[in-house]
Design a protein around this ligand. Structure first.
Ligand SMILES: Cc1cc2nc3c(=O)[nH]c(=O)nc-3n(C[C@H](O)[C@H](O)[C@H](O)COP(=O)(O)O)c2cc1C
Length: 257
């Protein structure tokens, strides 16, 4: 939620916003059964659970924002269950749109805008975010904006403030821009979606943290990659004294120079 909160703060700076957060994980949402009853009865679902309210809200919203951590290259299962249960919003009728087929909506949703903010644990976005991004684009082919941020566990580490705080500022700026113009400048978006620290530093810092928590073995430490070996050796000596950020920076210097 860190990125999403910063984005919403930016939007609120531009103009007052009415924001309703639905914490999917706290809701009782049944799995879709594939009965398609809702397709024939005007959108009534057979389940009587917490799905009714968010579905009703879609009709009053201007923007639907999906905020989630990347799980197995896609959205977490609970959110996918929610997405499946939006089935009552579309009808059984299919139409061809370019090369693909889509279901026709039970109502006109063309005014809606869609946004996805997604963080991931790996240091690199490549061969990682693509399935989630593609799924979102296929679900919402029009009016979508997508923010993906690698290394997002850094947002939970106060020691990483030197790199996370400026990132929040960029996201806030993007939120303000989005509220004012309906889009985010391409260069700003690319900067937000880029790693906050070099790839190798993230890999090494994860191992160092595990070592500090005594959940990594010496074998883990000595096997990440040939380049990291000497660096990690340095860390094992200083682990208690170093905070994450100092460690990251010193590792970077060790590798680069
Ligand atoms: C079940 C599970 C699957 C994950 N799959 C991926 C993944 O495919 N790629 C990735 O980079 N990170 C993956 N992660 C790491 C999370 O994306 C990362 O911990 C999260 O973005 C941190 O955000 P949070 O602090 O909001 O939880 C996974 C984490 C879990 C628990």
């Amino acid at each position: 939620m860190h990125i999403t909160r910063a984005f919403l703060d930016g939007m609120k700076e531009a103009a007052p916003q009415e924001v309703h957060i639905v914490n999917i994980i706290d809701k009782h949402i049944e799995y879709y059964t594939g009965c398609f009853t809702c397709k024939h009865n005007g959108g009534e679902c057979i389940h009587n659970d917490d799905m009714k309210e968010p579905l009703d809200e879609v009709f009053e919203s201007d923007l639907l924002l999906f905020s989630y951590p990347l799980y197995c290259y896609g959205m977490p299962a609970s959110l996918k269950a929610f997405a499946d249960r939006t089935m009552p919003l579309s009808s059984m009728v299919m139409k061809k749109q370019g090369d693909r087929y889509v279901h026709v909506g039970q109502a006109d949703f063309s005014r809606l805008k869609y946004m996805m903010t997604c963080g991931c644990g790996f240091p690199n976005t490549k061969q990682n975010f693509e399935p989630a991004v593609m799924q979102f684009k296929l679900m919402f082919p029009n009016n979508h904006t997508i923010i993906t941020v690698p290394e997002s566990p850094m947002f939970n580490a106060p020691e990483a403030a030197e790199v996370t705080v400026p990132r929040f500022e960029l996201v806030k700026q993007a939120g303000k821009q989005y509220a004012e113009t309906g889009e985010i400048d391409e260069k700003l978006l690319a900067e937000i979606c880029s790693p906050m620290i070099p790839e190798m530093c993230m890999r090494v810092s994860v191992i160092m943290n595990l070592y500090k928590q005594k959940t990594a073995t010496r074998k883990d430490i000595y096997t990440p990659s040939p380049v990291a070996v000497c660096v990690v050796f340095q860390m094992t000596i200083n682990a208690d004294k170093l905070n994450i950020h100092n460690t990251l920076i010193s590792i970077y210097h060790l590798i680069v120079f």
